[in-house]
Design a protein around this ligand. Structure first.
Ligand code: ADP
Length: 334
């Protein structure tokens, strides 16, 4: 769908899709991953073979889906998309695998959430391009071997550590995506603004970039909210004061912390005296899923130097207390 149609419908997912870089050389930042992946793909093209399986890990919104699509585009092959939670039975996976054509790229998002039997079937498919489909139950069950054409599996996970070792080991190339630097986010905001036809000053763009939690998806989303604000409350141009006012309104603070990030720090410092607190207790206290707290809020807070994950639990650092405008306790728990 065209970007303008998606925008007119207010379809945020379609807008997000339209803002995705289509080729490796359009990808901003992640220089190391881009170089390594570029090499892997170039080598595969020269050998005229499907590239090795690729595992992409990192917090949501950093570009895992985008890279999977780029891998398929760079290899000029179709991309098949599915996700771990969608594969509840080994049979679901067998159906997907048997429908693949030679050289296809199969993207499995949230691969760590696949069921155990499906996972075991996947090991075999990745290694031998073959699966055993079990027909029947109990002593009468028979395994029917099924050949699978050579394909490239691209798995995405928020944390590679959540994957069982045998699965992790079967990926020939693993890339860990890091949070983006403000300068890279600035480039992404400029690129998206160009595509969306938003006029913005360098200071306006830098402000959005610095409050985007190191995350391109958030940069794009904040840009659209700031653009709304600029159109409704200001002259349409995203300047520094317009960006500041809009981001304050949407409760994104100067360091890029959103409501959940602040809630985590708040509970940690005010309710638990700075910790240590177990991950589940913390999640219950902020009223969120443990996974969301662990995969979304914590990685960013750790990177901001505000939270430490210790064997005894989560601990607030002095920076956390200061961020909340509280004085650091004389014997900080950290
Ligand atoms: P993930 O799969 O890791 O959750 P996505 O690949 O869906 O993240 O990326 C989210 C959005 O961020 C996409 O719409 C894309 O436009 C943008 N994006 C991600 N990475 C980059 C990048 N390196 N350069 C430019 N835009 C990016």
């Amino acid at each position: 769908r065209r970007l303008t149609d998606a925008e007119a419908d207010g379809d945020e997912r379609a807008v997000e899709a339209a803002l995705r870089p289509k080729r490796l050389d359009e990808v901003v930042g992640q220089a190391r991953v881009r170089d390594q992946l570029g090499l892997v793909l170039e080598a595969a093209r020269r050998r005229e073979r499907a590239p090795d399986h690729v595992l992409l890990s990192g917090p949501p919104g950093l570009g895992k889906t985008t890279l999977a699509m780029i891998i398929a585009a760079e290899m000029s092959t179709p991309l098949r998309l599915t996700s771990g939670p969608a594969i509840t039975h080994a049979g679901d996976l067998a159906a997907i695998l048997s429908g693949l054509n030679d050289g296809d790229v199969l993207f499995v998002d949230e691969i760590h959430r696949m069921s155990r039997p499906a996972e075991e079937m996947l090991y075999m498919a990745m290694e031998d391009f073959r699966v055993d489909v079990i027909i029947g139950k109990g002593p009468g069950a028979t395994a029917i071997p099924l050949e699978i054409p050579p394909f490239t599996l691209v798995g995405a996970t928020t944390r590679a550590g959540l994957l069982p070792g045998p699965l992790r080991d079967r990926f020939g190339f693993t890339a860990h995506l890091e949070f983006y630097e403000p300068a890279d986010l600035d480039l992404i905001v400029h690129r998206s603004a160009g595509l969306l036809g938003v006029e913005l000053t360098p200071e306006g763009s830098a402000e959005i970039a610095s409050r985007s939690r190191g995350t391109p998806r958030i940069a794009n989303r904040l840009l659209r909210r700031v653009r709304d604000y600029a159109q409704v409350r200001a002259g349409g141009v995203v300047t520094l004061p317009v960006a500041q006012a809009a981001l304050d309104m949407f409760e994104v603070d100067e360091s890029g912390l959103d409501r959940l990030d602040r809630a985590v720090l708040d509970v940690l410092c005010r309710r638990f005296g700075g910790g240590p607190v177990g991950a589940s207790t913390l999640a219950v206290a902020v009223g969120e899923e443990r996974e969301t707290v662990e995969e979304v809020a914590e990685p960013f807070l750790v990177r901001q130097g505000m939270l430490a994950r210790t064997p005894r639990g989560r601990v607030a650092t002095p920076a956390a207390w200061l961020h909340l405008g509280l004085s650091v306790p004389s014997a900080p728990a950290a």
